[in-house]
Design a protein around this ligand. Structure first.
Ligand code: PGA
Length: 250
């Protein structure tokens, strides 16, 4: 199983800035081990220019940060999976906690996006994670189980394992500098793995589970060595090529 090292640039970088960072990253990651792949979730406006910056030999793929679950139509401000594919993407993110919290996306809607994106030929990173309040009130397992059940509701059990990854991102660790400890990460990833095994039988063993939330060059190596951690999803520390490449090569 290849580790998936993912960068989420969120709403940052103009086109020129994005291409500049990616050009540096391409050079820094050219010697990356074959056991890893990188995906860069860039803003919509920079996707085409970034995809054109990559070549067949580069170890980086492009992804959209969001999509709408319809082929086309009157959905002002939205972007379809077909448009992402057209812009050179192979991946899309669904269920990011910022989409859930700021844009009110429900588990059911996230499930529709996940299934539709996969059917459309994109690979998907489905993000899940509990708030501090949910964790403190003993709801960790119930929240993760609900987000996985609904987020994956329409997904074909016969899917190809490299096409879907789940990112466990505790909301209290995103952008806060407070990374989850090894025990917390292993506990959550074990819950996710057991759900995936039940849902997808043997395939569930091969789906990648990423950790996200304040991943930095200083903690990445320790995190990717933990049981059932098959990569990372990085926000703040992915904005500079140097810091993301140190993570990707950790
Ligand atoms: P962070 O963000 O690395 O800045 O905590 C992670 C994410 O939101 O995916």
């Amino acid at each position: 199983m290849q580790l998936l090292m993912a960068a989420n640039w969120k709403m940052n970088k103009t086109c020129a800035e994005a291409v500049d960072t990616l050009t540096q990253l391409k050079a820094q990651l050219s010697g990356m081990d074959a056991d890893r792949e990188c995906v860069l979730f860039a803003p919509f406006t920079a996707l085409t220019a970034c995809a054109e910056t990559l070549d067949n030999n580069s170890r980086i793929s492009m992804g959209g940060q969001n999509c709408y679950p319809a082929k086309d139509g009157a959905f002002t401000g939205e972007c379809s999976p077909a448009m992402l594919l057209d812009a050179g993407c192979t991946w899309v993110l669904t269920g990011h906690s910022e989409r859930r919290a700021i844009f009110g996306e429900s588990d059911a809607f996230i499930g529709k996006k996940t299934a539709f994106a996969l059917e459309s030929g994109l690979k998907v990173v489905l993000c899940i994670g509990e708030t501090l309040e949910e964790r403190d009130s003993g709801q960790l397992a119930a929240v993760l189980e609900r987000q996985l059940r609904e987020g994956l509701a329409g997904v074909d059990v016969a899917l190809s394992a490299p096409n879907l990854a789940v990112a466990y991102e505790p909301v209290w660790a995103i952008g806060t500098g407070r990374v989850a400890g090894p025990k917390e990460i292993v506990e959550a990833h074990t819950l996710v793995r057991s759900f995936l095994r039940q849902r997808f039988s043997t395939q569930g063993h091969d789906l990648r589970i990423l950790y996200g939330g304040s991943v930095k060059p200083e903690n990445a190596r320790e995190i990717i060595r933990l049981d059932n951690v098959n990569g990372v999803l990085v926000g703040g520390a992915s904005l500079q090529a140097e810091s993301f490449s140190r993570i990707a090569l950790a």
